[in-house]
Design a protein around this ligand. Structure first.
Ligand code: NAD
Length: 440
């Protein structure tokens, strides 16, 4: 436990990927934290020490801090607010039909906070929310709170990544705090000071935009390198070499320059789209973002086309081992997973599928059902008797696949590496045909 200068009583409303990790980490820093959620089943699991999500190190961190009585869970959102001086909003902000952010959960929580404002509180929005949201949160709290009630609002967007979220929360590159109340900013800054990360203190709207601009920029890097991969594919170059060469330039950096089947997950697709909507609402056509989304959408077709072409236009009756269902490695999250989209597309082409993911099988089953899909026990079980291997998520165990063993059980030794995980030369040496994304 870290010795912190100012002890705080914190409630985190919304116990999902962000809220649960944030709450656990704050409690580990020595604060008293209650994580609240409206899903009874989730809270019941947490009370029994069972994690509702897969995240490395989370179970140990949660159970340690529960045992040491700094962390608790509740469905009584109102009580958690009343008993806290600092209230974090960490509810989901998914896309609605128009592509803009659905803020209904944020508005609902703001109303509940207002109704339970029994003392001065600082209300902090961690959820990713469009420009102007924190101002509206302030108004909703005001409209629903008793006459003369005092409070402040702060925007504190979250940058953790699923799969490494506990590490990220303890090693953030920066903390963004936006508000019209400098005292509230200073108080919340004390929560993060021990991290020795730069703290950017600003207005609400700039803080809100930092998050969207950051995610949109990272998505742009991915779409950019996917475009370069297409050129590599046609011109006979290797995108891995190109991205490595580019990434060595400090101005560019190596991160998010991995060509593949495109970005997915619960954040990038929705945040890029929401930023595009925000710009349209401000009568600006953000053309670059249109391109980013368009490239991302096309990338999975490029991948499928390679498979269809290899099998001379007919996948009907062919069986593929699909390795990976989560949207990225080290998580069970399948929200907007491109891997799942590809599984559905292959199924649409008449293929049979043997799927495996080290963590996301249960979440995938809810989306894919049972039709022509066999849920394999492990990697080798998925491969058995297949006409080819499709790598769809960048799990390390797929990078370490035993090619000699795999070859024994496959009908056809061919790998479609949608994440450029394997070395083409080694795969070919092992007697396989290899198709990556923009590899020589
Ligand atoms: N997942 C990530 O990697 C990540 C990273 C950075 C930022 N974010 C942002 O953080 C926010 C939360 O994302 P998440 O992935 O944790 O979502 P999530 O869906 O995993 O969790 C949201 C939780 O909020 C709960 N909730 C909804 N309405 C509620 C209410 N009225 N009262 C109490 N609880 C309520 C839901 O039941 C759910 O458990 C989003 O805005 C997201 O864009 C996510």
């Amino acid at each position: 436990m870290i010795v912190i200068p100012t002890h705080m009583k914190i409630s985190v409303i919304g116990t999902g990927y962000v809220g649960l990790v944030t709450g656990a980490v704050f409690s580990d820093w020595g604060h008293d934290v209650v994580c609240a959620d409206i899903i009874e089943e989730k809270i019941a699991m947490l009370k029994k020490g069972v994690m509702p999500i897969y995240e490395d190190g989370l179970k140990e961190l949660v159970n340690k801090n529960v045992k040491e009585e700094r962390l608790s869970f509740t469905t009584d959102v109102a009580k958690s607010i009343k008993e806290s001086e600092v209230v974090f909003i960490a509810v989901g902000t998914p896309s609605n039909q128009s592509g803009s952010a659905d803020l209904s959960a944020v508005w609902a929580v703001a109303k509940t906070i207002g109704e339970n404002l029994n003392d001065y509180k600082i209300i902090i929005t961690k959820s990713t929310v469009p420009v102007g949201t924190n101002e509206r949160v302030w108004e909703i709290v005001k409209e629903n709170s008793p006459e003369g009630a005092k409070f402040a609002c702060v925007s504190n967007p979250e940058f953790l990544r699923e799969g490494t979220s506990i590490y990220d929360a303890n090693n953030t590159d920066r903390v963004i705090l936006g508000s019209d109340d400098p005292k509230a900013i200073d108080k919340i800054a004390t929560l993060y000071e021990h991290l020795n990360a730069p703290i950017v203190k600003c207005d609400f709207r700039s803080a809100e935009l930092v998050k969207y601009a950051s995610n949109a920029f990272l998505a742009t890097k991915i779409s950019f390198i996917n475009e370069i991969a297409r050129i590599c594919h046609s011109a006979g170059a290797d995108v891995k070499v190109v991205s490595e060469g580019m990434g060595l330039d400090k101005r560019i950096g190596r991160a998010f320059l991995n060509a593949g089947i495109g970005y997915g997950g619960s954040c990038f697709p929705k945040d890029v789209e929401a930023l595009y909507r925000t710009s349209s609402d401000h009568e600006y056509d953000f053309r670059l973002l249109r391109g980013v989304m368009d490239v991302n959408e096309r990338q999975k077709y490029f991948y499928i086309e390679q498979i269809v072409r290899h099998f001379k236009g007919n996948l009907s009756g062919k069986t593929f081992a699909c390795l990976g269902l989560a949207f990225k490695n080290n998580t069970d999250d399948t929200r907007k997973s491109v891997a799942l989209e590809i599984v559905k597309m292959l199924r649409g082409e008449g293929a049979r599928l043997r799927v495996f993911d080290p963590a996301a099988m249960e979440n995938a089953k809810k989306v894919l059902g049972n039709d022509v899909i066999y849920y394999a026990k492990d990697l080798m079980d998925a491969i058995e008797g297949s006409d080819g291997i499709c790598i769809l998520t960048e799990w390390q165990e797929f990078a370490e696949i035993d090619l000699a063993e795999a070859k024994k059980t496959l009908k056809k030794a061919v790998i479609f590496d949608g994440r450029n995980l394997l070395d083409p030369a080694s795969v070919r040496k092992a007697g396989f045909e290899y198709f990556g994304i923009g590899r020589r």
